[in-house]
Design a protein around this ligand. Structure first.
Ligand code: CP
Ligand code: NVA
Length: 347
């Protein structure tokens, strides 16, 4: 097949959400829903036949790794996992040199790591699309799955209110704040003042919100922050690569998502869901969960087991959507598809 560029996406990297227009982000969401339907109906979609995909992981992963692997295979590509202890990256070889080597052999590269600057450097020198599978700052592929899940449930995005409760300055809070603002979803960041988002992230979000009409609220007041929420969303209190459990447990214990908090939304049952990017500490059935219980006496952290297993909980559909959304991102940016333009934002 010729490499004629018939797509506004072809050859582009997804490093952070703001690299794309709101319309393009909306397209990824809708394309993910479309590819999910194709997969469920058994309609072939091998848009990446014969391509090789490198999966670089400096941090651990279940969903992102599984989603990239299975969606690459379903698209007809060959995924190759390159873990941090398997390759020279960082120890004997720079990002620049690694990017040049991998870019000469692979058609696309996923990277999960610490610094945003690293994924940007990789993209600068690889010469092939690079997809950010999470850094300390952003988690863009997660966003497509999350807003897919919201759209599947409510039928639309504009006007929905999502309250993120927890560490308001981690990668998830940053990405939800910016992506929601792009898509016209009202975003409430509900966190203690010490963990409010950095101003530069709020500034990016505000700019998008001016166009989309999304309302942004940053507050430490739980009642005000969750009132009217259609989606209550949380994440771990301490992210990968961080320490400082003592401080976080103290700060975030009042922000645990429990049934009382869901009641504070004052929303009817059919207008409220709970989401979590996962993994979640909702019991002591993990080594870290057990350690935290031994040290602080808390058996559930950011979400109670009751909420996690309740009728409001949609985190496992959300997890499945990681696959369909990542498939959409890879197909659109690498599949030589005919996408000459993207539709305007939905009202
Ligand atoms: N949500 C998410 O990125 O999960 P993993 O860390 O398991 O990839
Ligand atoms: N904030 C979490 C997200 C995991 C998907 C972390 O970075 O560990």
């Amino acid at each position: 097949m010729t490499d004629v560029i018939n797509s506004v996406f072809q050859g582009r990297s997804l490093l952070r959400e703001a690299d794309f227009t709101p319309e393009e982000v909306q397209y990824f969401v809708d394309f993910g829903i479309h590819l999910k339907a194709m997969q469920k109906k058994g309609i072939p979609h091998k848009y990446l036949e014969g391509k090789n995909i490198a999966l670089l992981f400096e941090k651990t992963s279940t969903r992102t790794r599984a989603a990239f692997t299975t969606s690459a295979i379903e698209l007809g590509a060959h995924p190759e996992y390159l873990g941090k202890d398997d390759i020279q990256l960082g120890v004997k070889e720079s990002i620049e040199d690694t990017a040049k080597v991998l870019g000469s052999m692979f058609d696309g590269i996923e990277f999960r790591g610490y610094k945003q600057a690293d994924v940007e450097e990789l993209s600068k020198f690889a010469g092939v699309p690079v997809w950010n599978g999470l850094t300390d700052e952003w988690h863009p592929t997660q966003m497509i799955a999350d807003f897919m899940t919201v759209k599947e449930h409510f039928g639309h995005l504009k006007g929905i209110t999502l309250s993120f409760v927890g560490d308001g300055r981690n990668n998830m809070a940053n990405s939800l704040l910016v992506t929601g603002s792009m898509l016209g979803v009202n975003i409430h960041i509900v966190a203690p003042k010490e963990l409010h988002p950095h101003q530069d992230v709020v500034d990016i979000a505000q700019k998008f919100a001016e166009n989309s009409g999304a309302q942004i609220l940053i507050t430490d007041d739980i009642q005000a922050g969750v009132k009217g929420a259609n989606v209550v969303y949380t994440d771990v209190w301490v992210s990968m690569g961080e320490n400082g459990w003592d401080e976080r447990v103290k700060l975030l214990k009042p922000y645990q998502v429990n049934m009382d908090m869901l009641k504070m939304t004052e929303m009817p049952d059919d207008e409220l869901i709970f989401l979590h990017c996962l993994p979640a500490f909702h019991d002591t059935h993990t080594r870290q969960g057990a350690e935290i219980f031994a040290k602080y006496g808390i058996s559930e952290m950011e979400v109670t087991d009751e909420v996690f297993r309740s009728k409001y909980a949609h985190q496992f559909e959300q997890a499945e959507n990681r696959k369909h959304s990542i498939k959409a991102i890879m197909a659109a940016t690498l599949g030589n598809l005919f996408i000459p333009s993207v539709p305007p934002m939905e009202n």
